[in-house]
Design a protein around this ligand. Structure first.
Ligand code: NAY
Length: 291
């Protein structure tokens, strides 16, 4: 099997009521997510509000999660506005025993493909861990060109790609161009479509709460049970539809409050987009197919 392949929660971050990083709330969330039967955790990604945390907080979170993880596989997302910070986060994760790394492409300025390739070349050389590139145009503002992505995936320590895009033909081309690479699909609500075109696993926000559902979806796909896979995917899609109205992370945090796990609010400027978000999520998590 391809390196690190599997289903991972894009771990969220526990914050105190005053907005600071909360090791205690993180541990409560970790305990819940680790019971879901997934392969592991993707730590410090977009779902972890990493773009809103500082490097010291991200280093602290890496340690807390490493202590909690048991035999779960840990992938540290280390993408940061500067390469220096990415390398620092990567070396820390390696020392803590993480199994892999991942990083957004540089995105704080409109960088060229050559700059993006140079960033990944240096980052993959900074540790011995396998690195997962991240294609996520809705976050970075632009897709990475196919040839540049292939060139990055050909670097020695680059094990694969996290593909969070609806360009399914590009996914299919990458699958055929990079047969030995691991490809994770990043849109939870259409994971099935990515798996059909050859994704080896998924990494997603809603896996935090619905990890059991995504583990079951993966099993249905592996055993070729399309009807069951569609049934599970539709439950996930209904959940994501509700989250798109509240804002994905504010809604997820409300859903966790509703099941008695308080991980705080999202950090400003990320806000709940509706007035009745907590009430909506409380209703939603009561549905038998969700809970
Ligand atoms: C991460 O932490 O980097 C991710 O969570 C990636 C996966 C998510 N994609 C983005 C762009 O945030 O789970 C998805 C996404 O929230 C979900 O599919 C709802 O659209």
């Amino acid at each position: 099997t391809r390196q690190l392949a599997g289903m991972y929660a894009a771990l969220m971050t526990g914050l105190e009521d005053d907005g600071s990083f909360s090791p205690e709330r993180q541990r409560a969330l970790d305990a819940y997510v680790l019971r879901q039967g997934l392969s592991g955790l993707y730590v410090g990604g977009s779902s972890g509000e990493s773009g809103l945390l500082d490097v010291e907080e991200l280093l602290a979170q890496q340690s807390v999660v490493a202590e909690d993880a048991g035999d779960a596989v840990l992938i540290a997302h280390v993408g940061a506005p500067s390469l220096r910070d990415s390398v620092r986060l990567a070396k820390n994760a390696a020392e803590l025993g993480y199994a892999g790394l991942s990083a957004l492409p540089p995105h704080s300025y409109p960088f060229s493909d050559a700059e993006i390739l140079a960033y990944y070349r240096e980052l993959q050389a900074a540790t011995n861990l396998p690195l997962i590139v991240y294609e996520v145009p809705i976050r970075t503002g632009r897709p990475i060109g196919l040839e540049t992505l292939v060139a990055i995936m050909d670097l020695p320590n680059v094990a694969g790609l996290k593909f969070t895009s609806t360009d399914m033909f590009k996914l299919s081309m990458l699958r055929r161009r990079c047969p030995d690479s691991t490809i994770f699909f990043g849109f939870d609500e259409i994971y099935l479509s990515g798996a059909v075109l050859g994704a080896d696993g998924g990494i997603g926000t809603t896996y935090n709460l619905l990890g059991r559902l995504y583990a079951a979806l993966d099993r249905a796909i592996q055993s070729g049970d399309l009807a069951e896979a569609q049934r599970l995917q539709n439950i996930s899609a209904v959940f994501v539809e509700a989250l798109l109205e509240t804002g994905v992370l504010p809604g997820m945090k409300a859903a966790f409050r509703a099941i008695g796990i308080d991980v705080g609010l999202t950090r400003a400027p990320m806000l709940m987009r509706v007035d009745d978000g907590d009430a909506r999520m409380t209703e939603l998590v009561k549905r038998p197919e969700i809970a």
